[in-house]
Design a binder for this molecule. Structure first.
Ligand code: G
Ligand code: G
Ligand code: MN
Ligand code: NA
Length: 251
């Protein structure tokens, strides 16, 4: 309960910040997009990682207003960058299942796009297989979001109840290979799984993003396998907005 109160305060006192992790195209090495990742800068606790508060936020429902703040902030920041003359790129935002259970999710996203002025194609929503498998709610919502013009990425692909049907039904734009698979790239099984996901992406015309890329050997192997986009510490950690902007300017 203390945590829930703290999260309320954090929202009110604007203690949350977004960091952004760059994603690079394998072919041209250009910046392809950025992923917004929340951080909590608390006076007593210091910089709190999302792993420490997102689960509580999900349990208490606080993830709904927090998630709304993330969407609004990521869109606002992206417009600020576009207005400053940066080469326009999509910003990815992680959505939680709880947000999907809100009947007004699509309306809220529409309102945020309107109020910030971000063209919908520059917002990419990252969903998990846990969300996708709630077919009764996910199907309708994802269809409406696609109609709005926003992009959808299937995050942590292969770690949940993977169903190929989701890829078929939801017109997914990006598949993100979970970092656990990238980490196992040099085992027989790991390589087979990564190769299969990449091949699936090629056949379905879906951009494949490898997450958690940490070594040049992984880069070489993933490139060889035809992976389209890289994200990971080898290229860059998630960065505060000013440092991300420097990176963007120099890419
Ligand atoms: O940035 P980091 O690797 O520490 O993030 C840890 C976890 O928190 C990841 O699973 C990531 O998807 C999740 N996360 C980060 N930012 C957000 C957010 O804004 N909303 C939700 N729902 N999850 C987030
Ligand atoms: O669940 P999601 O894919 O949104 O989580 C992204 C998380 O992965 C973020 O917390 C981010 O900090 C983390 N991350 C990004 N790149 C790397 C990496 O190269 N290695 C590891 N271990 N984690 C990473
Ligand atoms: Mn993600
Ligand atoms: Na992921």
């Amino acid at each position: 309960l203390r945590m829930e109160a703290l999260l309320h305060e954090a929202l009110e006192n604007k203690e949350f910040v977004l960091h952004y992790q760059p994603q690079y195209r394998a072919d041209t090495k250009e910046l392809h997009g950025i992923e917004a990742l929340i951080r909590w800068n608390n006076k007593e606790l210091g910089m709190v990682t999302p792993a420490a508060f997102i689960p509580v936020a999900e349990e208490t429902g606080m993830i709904v207003p927090i998630g709304e703040w993330v969407l609004e902030e990521a869109c606002r920041q992206n417009v600020t960058w576009q207005n400053a003359g940066m080469n326009p790129l999509p910003v990815s935002v992680n959505l939680s299942l709880r947000q999907f259970y809100q009947s007004d999710l699509v309306e809220k996203i529409k309102a945020i796009l309107t109020s910030t002025g971000l063209p919908p194609e520059y917002l990419m929503l990252e969903i998990t297989e846990t969300i996708a498998m709630q077919e009764d709610i996910a199907t309708g919502i994802l269809q409406e979001l696609k109609t709005l013009g926003v992009k959808i990425a299937m995050d942590d692909f292969g770690t949940g109840y993977s169903s190929l049907k989701y890829l078929q039904n939801f017109s997914i734009d990006h598949i993100k290979i979970d970092k656990a698979f990238v980490n196992n790239l040099f085992t027989k099984e790991g390589r087979a799984i990564v190769a299969t996901i990449i091949s699936l992406g090629h056949h379905l015309d879906i951009t494949v993003v490898a997450e958690g890329v940490e070594t040049p050997a992984q880069v070489a192997e993933l490139k060889q396998l035809g992976c389209h986009v890289f994200q990971g510490y080898y290229f860059s950690r998630p960065l505060p907005p000013d440092l991300l902007q420097d990176e963007w300017n120099h890419s």
